[in-house]
Write a protein that binds this ligand. Structure first.
Ligand SMILES: CC(C)(COP(=O)(O)OP(=O)(O)OC[C@H]1O[C@@H](n2cnc3c(N)ncnc32)[C@H](O)[C@@H]1OP(=O)(O)O)[C@@H](O)C(=O)NCCC(=O)NCCS
Length: 169
């Protein structure tokens, strides 16, 4: 199994993974398959283009025997707040429970530490016990009030945070 950073040349692999994830796990993500399946080639490329996307990003895929089976992004929206965010975490159902999600997470944590950041934050639905357990095993803790997954959604999302640096506020 191989974890690697993807770039704009990988846009079709990224598109296929992302659309698979939205189809497979509609209750895990704020965005919807119906929205993102309408994206043009340029929109996918732009997300992966370092000139256009947020300045600091770590888009990762996991590959098994050359087949893409997992996806996760680390993203730093604002270098001043020293907090990276994790988005789009997904592992193909046939290889879950074998440490792929854990490895993606480990890579993002290492990147955030190397970037001298103080925190990593993410949001996970309260019904997603597997994901919550995985994040807790790395030391993520709930913070802030529950939010709605989407407007008018009955599903709640819990923000979670991992403190990377003992001296962080
Ligand atoms: C959440 C998600 C990404 C986790 O991915 P995963 O690859 O299954 O996660 P891991 O395998 O690393 O860890 C999950 C479990 O496998 C166990 N595991 C880890 N390495 C293992 C190994 N080598 N052999 C067997 N089990 C292993 C972990 O201990 C954990 O088990 P536990 O629940 O008993 O503690 C995946 O379930 C998923 O894609 N869900 C749908 C989308 C989603 O919810 N995304 C999160 C949005 S916030």
């Amino acid at each position: 199994m191989n974890i690697r950073v993807i770039n704009k040349e990988d846009w079709a692999i990224y598109r296929d993974l992302r659309l698979m994830s939205l189809q497979d796990s509609p209750d895990s993500f704020g965005s919807r398959f119906e929205q993102e399946s309408l994206f043009s080639r340029d929109e996918w490329v732009t997300r992966l283009n370092p000139d256009n996307r947020a300045k600091y990003a770590l888009p990762l895929i996991a590959e098994l025997n050359g087949v893409a089976i997992g996806l996760a992004w680390g993203l730093l929206h604002n270098p001043q707040d020293k907090t990276a965010h994790i988005y789009q975490m997904w592992v193909s159902p046939d290889v879950r429970g074998q440490g792929v999600g854990s490895l993606l997470l480990k890579n993002i944590i290492a990147w955030a530490k190397d970037s001298d950041l103080d925190y990593i934050s993410l949001a996970v639905t309260t019904i997603n016990k597997q994901a919550v357990k995985l994040y807790e095993s790395y030391g993520f803790e709930p913070y802030g009030p529950l939010e709605k997954l989407r407007e008018a959604s009955m599903i709640s999302v819990q923000p979670m945070k991992l403190k990377l640096c003992a001296t962080a506020a």
